[in-house]
Design a protein around this ligand. Sequence first.
Ligand SMILES: [Zn+2]
Length: 327
Amino acid sequence: MGLRPNLLTRRAAGVASTTLALLLSTAAVGVVPAASAFSAAPGGACAEPADSHANARVKPGAAATHEPNELTAKQVRERDADLAAALRERANFRAGAGATTLATVTIPVVVHVIQENSTRAGGNIPDSLITSQISVLNQAYAGGTGGAATAFAFRLDKINRVTNPSWYPIVDGSSAERSMKSSLRVGGKNTLNIYLGELSDDLLGWATFPQRKLSSMDGVVVLNESLPGGTATNYNQGDTGTHEVGHWLNLYHTFQGGCGGSGDSVSDTPAEASAAFECPTGRNTCSATGLDPITNFMDYTYDSCMYQFTPGQASRMLTAWNAYRAA
Ligand SMILES: [Zn+2]
């Protein structure tokens, strides 16, 4: 959290990005959330903040002590077992259907713009950035930037502007975040609620995984200036939104689990020992076949570097949709 005021100052002052890069040069190390995060509620249904923020996207150097993105192997096993169980329980589920159906799912989107005041620095970003973000989502999930096409499209239903200084910045895991979401969240399990604002702890965003019982915490939180055309240098092409929605649709980070085990539970994303930052060339951190998937939306690289989901990720998202979010 201590980094945030400094970053604000740098942005406002227009200091060269090299200064920012220095600040960001110490790579964040994944921090395992509280051990109870998913063991208490395999579906992630628990109301504890750690459960609701089990995934995030950060810049290098972010306050690692509050970096909530990494799951333990046990949590991954529990989540995947829950996914399988949820699928079995759905009366209309046919084996394999989730992986092969390609009909488009249109997701209604409600965007809550949290503002401290009416200034741009106070969170008042223009509607044009939001409509651009929806376009970026639609392109990314249609495979329009070079990756696999997924089943998903996005329809902006509403922009809800809320001025409330006590919710700004949005602090991950705080009672204020809980209050904000409880007050603002709308729609059913299929409705994507996006909360935009300045964020705590140098986070670019965080998201909830799908779960069987709809939680008022469900949704994604995204740094307002990470939207396309925003001021977040290297992170202002809208891919934080793409990444967080990936979590909301049940994707893990490509570096989940490191080099061992089932990794991110997707077979066509090569194993990766740790998050990649910036846009490295030839990075290969695991002995298993394949270079690190640094161009995948579920890594931590610059927006300009990430442009794809894999067919396996597309399949996993649709399976999870059928299990958790479909009407
Ligand atoms: Zn993430």
